[in-house]
Design a protein around this ligand. Structure first.
Ligand SMILES: Cc1cc2nc3c(=O)[nH]c(=O)nc-3n(C[C@H](O)[C@H](O)[C@H](O)COP(=O)(O)OP(=O)(O)OC[C@H]3O[C@@H](n4cnc5c(N)ncnc54)[C@H](O)[C@@H]3O)c2cc1C
Length: 396
């Protein structure tokens, strides 16, 4: 009998899992992706949308078209509830039965947890969705026309730090190119315990590297602080101080999304074992940002562990393999440790950071700088979009 495999979320994790399970099981599987958005966006290039180096259309693929090529169904909708006993997902348009479920719904960006935060109801911008990055680009253009203090960084419980480091270096570079840097004081505000920590205790010498770069570029840092509220042009911090800004772009706290949160921990992230299976429901898998991953050690201000695109793809392939193994009555594979690779563009130069495993202590870590990094990042973007366009999940 054909197995019904339902995937929630149509991004890095969801598309990779769907393509891979279809490749492994072929016509023995009826694979359906339910996605809130009807397009895939290559998120790592969103900092370049803010600077104008990329337009959104260059980073976007139509989900239904790329899935149809591999005979995978697409439902454009939002999962509202999972019934793990009845093995059914309810969406805003109907309900869907499954034999296996893959949760790849990413984060809920919880602006509502900090008064005044966020582009919709607050006073800060964000770069975590294409729409938000476009709004940030417009706000950046306004800052260039009427310069003033710029604040970038991450609030408490954010779990994706790299993009704001990348953007702060890119914007510093842009300002110098326009000979305006002296008109725009820049501050990096973060919940991280130290610069370069990134929620994972740093990657090799990332702390020293970021501190040196900030010193050379005259970027002020406010570290290990929580944001208690935001007013127009003023950020309130947990030590009672205020940070003035003309433009602020801040990563919000992360939560799991509402439709799957009942299966998760108190913040809605889904616990998994080394097979990426839910510990209580063996036919439910979770991958990517939706997964619960505890930091190695508590930090004075709580931060989340980032789950990068590379990590997400590895999780998605593992989940797909294990679903196929279960269907074939063969042994599943376990992943003990993931590694992390980060390419950060910094204007004309950039940095590559690698850490294995993600959380310390580490077997290996590496940090290399050079003008080749922005090129490598652009090549990675082209390669990944090509791979997704053709459903080639088997490739690295
Ligand atoms: C600005 C930025 C820069 C980044 N840079 C890098 C980088 O350089 N290198 C790197 O490796 N990683 C990078 N990352 C991280 C990488 O993008 C993530 O690891 C990856 O997107 C995680 O994939 P995901 O599928 O788990 O979640 P997401 O990409 O967040 O996708 C989740 C999907 O689920 C959908 N969804 C949400 N709720 C529901 C619901 N209820 N029902 C149905 N669908 C739902 C969402 O609309 C979305 O399409 C970056 C991320 C950002 C935001």
């Amino acid at each position: 009998m054909r197995k019904k495999i339902l995937v929630l979320g149509g991004s890095f994790g969801g598309l990779t899992a769907a393509f891979e399970v279809k490749r492994l099981l072929g016509e023995r599987a009826e694979v359906t992706v339910i996605g809130k958005e009807d397009h895939f966006v290559f998120l790592p290039s969103l900092p370049w949308v803010v600077t104008g180096r990329r337009q959104g259309a260059e980073l976007t693929l139509p989900t239904s078209t790329i899935l149809a090529r591999r005979r995978i169904h697409f439902v454009h909708g939002t999962a509202r509830n999972v019934d793990p006993v009845g093995m059914r997902v309810t969406t805003d348009t109907g309900s869907h039965d499954y034999d296996y479920l893959v949760i790849a719904t990413g984060p809920h960006l919880a602006n509502e947890e900090i008064p005044g935060l966020g582009p919709e109801k607050g006073h800060t911008h964000c770069i975590f969705t294409l729409e938000a990055a476009r709004q940030s680009r417009d706000a950046w253009q306004k800052l260039l026309a009427a310069p003033g203090p710029l604040v970038l960084g991450s609030t408490q419980l954010a779990s994706c730090f790299g993009p704001y480091y990348e953007l702060i270096f890119e914007l510093d570079h842009e300002l110098r190119r326009c000979r305006m840097r002296h008109k725009v004081p820049i501050t990096y505000l973060t919940s991280e315990r130290c610069l370069g920590h990134m929620g994972i205790g740093g990657l090799g010498p990332s702390r020293r590297f970021i501190e040196d770069e900030f010193a050379q570029r005259d970027i002020n840092a406010v570290v290990s602080r929580a944001v208690t509220g935001v007013e127009p042009e003023s950020i309130h911090l947990d030590d009672g101080s205020r940070l003035p800004f003309k433009l602020a772009m801040l990563a919000p706290p992360f939560r799991g999304v509402a439709g799957v949160a009942d299966l998760g921990n108190p913040r809605g992230f889904i616990p998994v074992d080394n097979y990426y299976r839910h510990p209580q429901h063996a036919n439910i898998y979770a991958v990517g940002v939706a997964v619960a991953m505890a930091p190695r050690e508590p930090t004075p201000v709580p931060t989340g562990v980032p789950k990068t695109g590379h990590m997400t793809i590895r999780m998605a392939k593992t989940a797909a393999y294990n679903i196929a193994a279960d269907c074939n009555n063969t042994a599943p594979v376990a992943v003990e440790d993931l590694n992390v690779l980060c390419l950060m563009s910094m204007g004309k130069t950039g940095v590559m950071m690698f850490a294995d495993p993600v959380l310390p202590p580490r077997q290996k870590s590496l940090l290399k700088t050079g003008r080749w990094v922005p090129w490598a990042k652009a090549a990675q973007e082209r390669y990944f979009l090509w791979k997704m366009r053709h459903g080639l999940s088997r490739l690295p």
